[in-house]
Design a protein. Structure first.
Length: 340
């Protein structure tokens, strides 16, 4: 999925704080100016996020009266940098990548669950490797500090192995996919569409995926807090535009898939296979996800467990309180208004 950089986020925290402190008055002034300023919404390669192009193509931003500029980042970690440095107002990112800034008190708010990975992230290996245990001593690529690194560690733990038992190569998914296909790696942790391509073109074998850990990898829409405070109506309009697009997709599946596949620069059948590997969250799913619970169906539970795991690996210094960065009141209000 994209990719998710806990280490990168930690490195950017100071820069974010400086930018926020020096320009807080100016930023607040612009934000308070209302909808004349387009909201810059970032996204990167992940099947569930191409829905934003369906929103744009079918005019749902305009229908809901909000100006939005979609900002494309081919490399996921660059989108995290853009949000941390204030170059964009919102980003499509994973829950795990929201924990690092939250742990340092960086003012961000997650307001929407786009999807949950349900097989869209996985560990792919050479055909002669038949079990996770056989990865011991093998060369495996992942982007260290990302949610796929977390997925790999989860897989190793399940197999009774530790991180030191494999030889890690730190690569972005953009590089790891081609490296695996060319035969330079024994295994790689990838997300769609790179995962399917590695299996098809590299004759790889899927050993473990996010389907084995349902709810572990939620994908979110995360705003700078100043936007949620100063332009709450625009935030709701963006959410309404998202759910309008999901309704349109349901009513017009073939056209919608064609629009999203074109944006992904992928054949329709390949894009469909990728998007089938995620669970797109409808409005009801969102309202439930923001509620407290004792399973990975609850964002609060998932954030706590993920933060504990990351802290045990010294990827987080403190465990942030979920209520400081999860804001479910927007989807609750949207639900009330759409049911009127």
């Amino acid at each position: 999925m994209r990719k998710r950089m806990v280490f990168l986020m930690m490195a950017l925290l100071i820069a974010f704080t400086v930018v926020s402190g020096c320009s807080s008055k100016e930023a607040a002034s612009k934000a308070a100016g209302g909808s004349d300023q387009p909201i810059k919404l970032a996204l990167s390669p992940w099947p569930g996020w191409f829905v934003w192009y369906l929103v744009k193509e079918k005019g749902f931003f305009e229908k809901n009266g909000v100006k939005v500029d979609l900002v494309w980042f081919p490399v996921y970690s660059d989108s995290l940098s853009a949000l941390a440095s204030g170059k964009v107002d919102a980003n499509s990112q994973t829950l795990s990548d929201t924990l690092a800034p939250a742990s340092k008190g960086i003012p961000l708010k997650a307001v929407l669950v786009n999807d949950n990975s349900n097989g869209g992230d996985g560990v792919v290996v050479k055909p002669n490797i038949n079990s996770l245990q056989e990865l011991k001593g093998k060369k495996v690529a992942t982007e260290l500090g990302t949610v796929d690194h977390l997925l790999m560690l989860t897989a190793l733990e399940k197999a009774g192995l530790a991180e030191k038992d494999v030889s890690y190569t730190n690569m972005t998914v953009n590089d790891a996919g081609p490296a695996f296909i060319s035969g330079n790696l024994d295994g790689a942790v990838l997300w769609e569409p790179f995962l399917s391509k590695a299996i098809q073109e590299g004759k790889g074998k899927l050993l473990f995926s996010s389907k084995d850990t349902p709810g572990l990898i939620p994908d979110l829409l995360v705003f700078k807090e100043e936007i949620t405070k100063n332009r709450p109506e625009d935030v709701k309009k963006i959410l309404n535009a998202w759910f309008d697009a999901l309704d349109y997709w349901k009513a017009n599946p073939e056209e919608s898939l064609q629009i999203m596949a074109k944006a992904a620069e992928t054949p329709v059948d390949e894009y469909k296979a990728g998007v089938d590997s995620v669970k797109i969250f409808q409005l009801d799913d969102n309202v439930k996800a923001f509620q407290k619970g004792d399973s990975y169906s609850s964002l609060q539970y998932t954030s706590q467990k993920t933060a504990e795991f990351l802290k045990s690996l010294d990827m987080l210094s403190t465990i942030p309180k979920a209520e400081t960065f999860l804001d479910g009141h927007f989807v609750e209000e949207v639900m009330k208004e759409r049911k009127k």
